[in-house]
Design a protein around this ligand. Structure first.
Ligand code: TXD
Length: 319
């Protein structure tokens, strides 16, 4: 069977990391696209030279021509600009919306049957715009945010409880931003609900609330430290997990930004919810019972996303 084709639109910090991870896991042949001349070609050539050392067989190519993504099975989009200290994700909207328009046209023309994972911020608006511009079915265009936010939540919880990260199953809903909704009632450590662990005295509600706050600010914490850009290792790792769920028809239930119409009382927008990812992309949205606080927090997240969509429509009347 011919190797799959992974197209990475954007060969920057996340794009390069995506290429490295995809090659090491032999997900398929990799095409790195960017408008910056030389960057995709140079990174592809450099990464190719890891092959003999790590023993992976993957053809890596860099390009500035959308025609080279033809027939891609998976497309992961990081094209755009990242945050700098003092910037909110929403500040990126004007610039990155125009980028999504170009990327959407490229996907529409060259690989309309792909599974598309959007990473570009502000994520909940950019994934919606990318779907609109590309015209692909809603189930084949998803946004990466919840896997990253859940991983941040799980990392902080593992440190708090002194346990393996492997045993923490963290649950995050909602938009990718300060309004995200870590759901403690669905978060477990080896199946033990977080709330029970607090009752056992292994932590306190105050500490958990601090961790929820730190999770919400997880992106900004790294932007402030790096100063020149935002996180890229964990974002790339998160998107690769989503791509593997699709390529391997794994039926994983992952928190992703997907098009929700009807469930969670939503009438048609992209927001982070648990979804089954398999060979048909976003296959089934899982509607969990939310307590009043989680419902309220999710609504805040939804309202914030809706404001971004209004801003997008104000910029591009084709939306
Ligand atoms: O969880 C999440 N979804 C977020 C997303 C986690 C971290 C970062 N998040 C966002 O991903 C971030 O705010 C940015 O919007 C994207 C990409 O972040 P990255 O750190 O990879 O940015 P870089 O290193 O600047 O790379 C962006 C590349 C760069 O090489 C540009 O030349 C290229 O995008 N670029 C384009 N490529 C194609 N087409 C166009 N128009 C274009 N414009 C810029």
């Amino acid at each position: 069977m011919a190797r799959k084709k992974i197209a990475l639109i954007g060969a920057g910090m996340i794009g390069g990391t995506l290429a490295h991870l995809a090659a090491m896991r032999e997900l398929g042949d990799i095409i790195l696209f960017d408008i910056a001349e030389g960057i995709p070609q140079g990174k592809a050539l450099d990464l190719s030279q890891c092959g003999p050392i790590d023993g992976f067989d993957a053809k890596l190519t860099g390009t500035n021509d959308y025609a080279d993504i033809a027939g891609a099975d998976v497309v992961i989009v990081t094209a755009g600009v990242p945050r700098k200290p003092g910037m909110s994700r929403d500040d990126l909207l004007g610039i990155n919306l125009k980028v999504m328009k170009a990327v959407g046209a490229g996907i529409k023309e060259h690989c309309p049957n792909a599974f598309v994972i959007c990473i570009t911020n502000p994520l909940d608006a950019m994934v919606w715009a990318l779907r609109e511009f590309s015209g692909l079915p809603h189930n084949r265009v998803v946004g990466m945010a919840g896997v990253l936010d859940s991983a941040r939540f799980a990392t902080f919880l593992a440190q708090e409880f002194g346990v393996s990260v492997r045993d923490v199953n963290a649950f995050v809903l909602g938009g990718h931003g300060d309004t995200m909704v870590p759901v403690t009632s669905y978060t477990t450590i080896s199946g033990i609900p977080l709330d029970d662990l607090v009752k056992m005295g292994r932590s306190t509600k105050e500490r958990i609330d601090e961790i929820v706050k730190r999770t919400r600010g997880g992106g900004g914490e790294i932007v402030a430290l790096l100063k020149t850009g935002s996180a890229y290792y964990a974002p790339a790792t998160s998107a690769i997990a989503m791509a593997e769920a699709y390529l391997g028809d794994q039926k994983r239930i992952l928190p992703c930004a997907v098009y929700v119409e009807g469930k969670y009382g939503l009438d048609g927008l992209y927001v982070g919810v648990p979804v089954v990812i398999g060979a048909n992309g976003a296959e089934e949205i899982i509607e969990i019972a939310l307590d009043d606080e989680a419902k309220k927090n999710l609504q805040v997240s939804v309202d914030a996303v809706k404001e971004l969509l209004v801003a997008c429509k104000g910029i591009d009347e084709s939306l």
